[in-house]
Structure formats: structure tokens, C-alpha cells
Design a protein around this ligand. Structure first.
Ligand code: SAM
Length: 277
């Protein structure tokens, strides 16, 4: 089988497994690039080469995994987030494109030429904390996480990328004080979302996704702690669900936060809460 034939085979196999044609085409290409190690123009230059038997077996195994709805990112083992290649594994939340906007919003609140104390709550793979440190090396970046194994993965990502983030195995604000910015993509799905959730979510830790009946079981105590952990004038930035972000915005106002704003994601859905202490 040549690379081109393998590409067509993979696309057809994914379509047969129920993926829409466009998604099957894109994912087949990603799998072939991974298996051959040839990306972009190089892939097409060499597309008449024969796939080696070991590569063919690997492709077959990956296609079977994808057909069971295992997320493509887990099969490939990595996710690119804000330009950083992060290792991922089952149980960790797979960083999502909308969270890249959260990183941009965080950077907008921080003066580009000064240091600041920043905390990423519920760091998962380390995505937000590492992206902030990469963008602004002068920042003092902390990251909290309650899951031991997930924190290990975040530390490994930081080591591999050579980025200095202080990871803390502790809940919420981890007892830190005088922070200039707290950013978090906490678990925020309401329990009711379990029904009808895409099968891919089964590979991620439930505790990273769901947060009680209204999805605010982690964000609400975080809001309460943030009031004490932020320096005067410090910012809180949260990613939430379009169904609960306005409710927490009202609670932020009642708790004495100022400049409370609900901001959209790239699809125009109410997604982020920004508030100032
Ligand atoms: C939605 S995931 C976000 C992961 C990562 N920040 C990202 O955007 O890809 C939420 C993370 O928060 C962690 N978590 C849940 N409750 C927490 C708590 N009380 N304190 C700190 N982390 C928590 C989960 O283990 C999970 O890794």
C-alpha cells in the first residue's frame, strides 16, 4: 500500500465507523502524518512511497482505536495548545481550542513588560500555566491540581518544554496570597450533560468535566477563595459553560468583585467570566 492508498483506506475506514466525511478526511491525514513522520508538503512529495509493514500495522491499530471513539489526541499522544506540544494520556482533560482564548484574555490583563504572580487552578496537562510562561517568561507562574497522576503529567510537560512553573498538589488557590491574576478552566459541566455526552468524553476523568447540578461546584468555592488570594486590583478569569457563566457573574458582583464581564468564545457563546478584586 502506498501512502496515498493508505490515506484513502484510512478515510474510508473512518467513514464506515460513522465519522462525517470531512472529519474522516482530516483525521486520516493526521494519522498518516503521524505514522509516516512526514508532515505537510513533505507528505505529498513522498506520497508514492510504500508504507512499511510496521507502519501499516500501527495505522490499523490506530484506526481500530478511533473506531471505538477513543479521542484522536489520545491515540496520537499529544495535543498542540497555544503552539506547545503537550503530552496527554487517558484521565487528563484534553486541552480545548476555546481555552486558548482564555490564555489570550489572561495575557491582555497583564502588563507585557512587568512580572506578575499568576495562578492556574486545575492545571490538568499544564496547558494554561505553560502557555502563559512560554508567552511571558518573566511571569511567576503557579499551578494547582488535585489529581496526583495528572499533576505528574503536567510536571513532565514542563520539564520537556523547559518551562519553570511551580506545580502545587493542592485544591483551588493552594493557600497562595497576593496574586495578580487567577485563571482557571475548572470542571464546569452540569451533571445533566452526562446524558447525550459524546462518547469521546469517557476517556477523560469525570472529575475534570462535571461539577454538580449547576456545574459550579468547583467554580463557586474558587470565587470565594479568590477574593482573599488576589491582591487588590487583581483579576479572576474563568472559563465556564454558556448555561452557568451569567449566574456566577451575578455571584461575583454580590461578592464585591468589580468590572465583572461575561465574554464570548470564538463561536460567540458566553464562555468566560472576568472580574476584578
Ligand atoms: C476542565 S479540567 C482543565 C485542565 C486544564 N486547565 C485545561 O484547560 O486543559 C479541570 C482540572 O481541574 C482539576 N480539579 C478539579 N477540582 C479541583 C480543585 N478543587 N482544585 C484544583 N484542581 C481541581 C481536575 O483534576 C482537572 O485536571
Amino acid at each position: 500500500m502506498t501512502w496515498t492508498e493508505a490515506l484513502n483506506y484510512a478515510r474510508t475506514r473512518l467513514e464506515e465507523a460513522g465519522f462525517p466525511a470531512r472529519q474522516a478526511r482530516v483525521e486520516a491525514r493526521q494519522l498518516l502524518e503521524h505514522v509516516t513522520g512526514a508532515q505537510g508538503a513533505r507528505f505529498w512529495r513522498e506520497a508514492r512511497a510504500e508504507l512499511e509493514p510496521a507502519q501499516e500495522r500501527r495505522l490499523q491499530e490506530m484506526l481500530e482505536r478511533r473506531a471505538t471513539r477513543e479521542p484522536l489526541q489520545l491515540i496520537l499522544g499529544t495535543v498542540v495548545f497555544c503552539g506547545l506540544e503537550l503530552e496527554v494520556r487517558p484521565g487528563v482533560l484534553l486541552p480545548r481550542p476555546e481555552t486558548e482564548r482564555l490564555v489570550e484574555l489572561a495575557l491582555e490583563q497583564l502588563p507585557p513588560d512587568r512580572s506578575a504572580r499568576v495562578l492556574d487552578v486545575g492545571t490538568g496537562s499544564g496547558a494554561i500555566a505553560l502557555a502563559l510562561k512560554q508567552a511571558r517568561p518573566q511571569l511567576e507562574v503557579y499551578a494547582s491540581e488535585v489529581s496526583d497522576s495528572v499533576l505528574e503529567l503536567a510536571r513532565a510537560n514542563a520539564r520537556r518544554l523547559g518551562l519553570a512553573v511551580a506545580f502545587l498538589h493542592a485544591p483551588l488557590t493552594a493557600g497562595l496570597m497576593d496574586l495578580d491574576l487567577i485563571v482557571s478552566n475548572p470542571p464546569y459541566l452540569p451533571e445533566a450533560y452526562r446524558e447525550g455526552a459524546p462518547p469521546e468524553l469517557a476517556w477523560e476523568d469525570e472529575a475534570a468535566l462535571y461539577a454538580g447540578a449547576d456545574g459550579l461546584a468547583v467554580a463557586r468555592p474558587l470565587l470565594a477563595e479568590a477574593a482573599g488570594a488576589l491582591a487588590a486590583g487583581g483579576w479572576l478569569l474563568l472559563e465556564l459553560d454558556p448555561g452557568n457563566v451569567h449566574a456566577l457573574a451575578r455571584e461575583a458582583q454580590q461578592a464585591g468583585f468589580g468590572e465583572v464581564a461575561v465574554l464570548p468564545d470564538l463561536a460567540g457563546r458566553a464562555r468566560f467570566l472576568r472580574a476584578r478584586r
